[in-house]
Design a protein around this ligand. Sequence first.
Ligand SMILES: Nc1nc2c(ncn2[C@@H]2O[C@H](COP(=O)(O)OP(=O)(O)OP(=O)(O)O)[C@@H](O)[C@H]2O)c(=O)[nH]1
Ligand SMILES: [Mg+2]
Length: 349
Amino acid sequence: MNSQKLRGLGWKSAFAQQLSDVEAETMLAARVAAHLGNRIQCWTEDDEFSLPTPLPQACDELAVGDWLLLEPDSRRVVRRLERESILARKTAGELPQAQLIAANLDTLFIVSSCNHDFNASRLERYLSLAAEAAVNAVVILTRADLCDDPGRLRQQASALKSGLIVETLDARDRVQAGILDDWCRLGQTVALVGSSGVGKSTLAMSLGAPALATQQIREDDSKGRHTTTARWIHRLDAGGLLIDTPGMRELQLLDCQDGVAEVFDDVIALADACRFRDCQHMSEPGCAVRAAIDAGDLDPRRLKSYRKLLNEQARNSQSLRERRDESRRLGQYYKAVQSSKRERQQGDS
Ligand SMILES: Nc1nc2c(ncn2[C@@H]2O[C@H](COP(=O)(O)OP(=O)(O)OP(=O)(O)O)[C@@H](O)[C@H]2O)c(=O)[nH]1
Ligand SMILES: [Mg+2]
């Protein structure tokens, strides 16, 4: 393997350390550059090819950005390398199933627009997702060219997490997009997430991705039309890689307790000062959270958003646990049936 060439695909020492000397000498490393339903597109240091999915080898579900180890001639996948990070959300619908968004990211660009799409509580969801995966998040507000006061929205977004970087721009403008170059250098992988029509693909192109499909949004509610339909990695002018993703109608979190706690650390710190340990921040005496709201130091929206995410987490995680228990029980049942069948057959022969 040529680690210098692989670096251009986002290869890091954390992946190299997972290989034996023989594997490093004889095997091929490939990055999953697109997931297209029944096949994945793979990029290697010198080549590009697609493989049908699901892979016959013992690989669990793959995400764009994953690294695979392959035998060079047969292109047989030996294994998926351990991820440095993974973004996953709950699939739409009742069942709490995880849908993988992207793997092995350095930075997540959370894109929103300076129009109807701007929604602080939605941004907090995306921030929790990134925090859970321990991926650095940058909020990008597009359509600054159509907004009277983008600075006000920028300020509102910056208040959502301590140290959060927020950029406002016209996503169609390559020069303005240049403020993001530091996150897009050689060896870096970034992903774009956000609602449909906020300008993710437009921004990707301004950063150097090849021509991508984009479509105008609806005039009345600023909503997009789900133009991008698959996750793809693109090479950027600054040397890095960028994963463009389809717009999300809603982002439901799954197993993100730590991420939520990180984003709402101000509310948690206040709650620590409440008189009662189990304070619900409703009307209890000595409630530090209510006191902060009354003093104008905490936005009541933020407490509401925190509660909503905690409840959603509890609900989704509980039903996920129930489903796992159920499938474990079913597995044990099938095993028991099979072994009693085997015993009977041995008894018969
Ligand atoms: N004026 C202006 N228009 C923009 C800006 N960003 C995007 N647009 C326009 O908004 C429309 C939608 O942009 P897309 O890049 O397709 O949005 P997307 O987020 O990729 O949408 P999906 O692929 O559906 O998720 C296009 O017509 C863009 O030209 C911006 O900053 N300013
Ligand atoms: Mg798009």
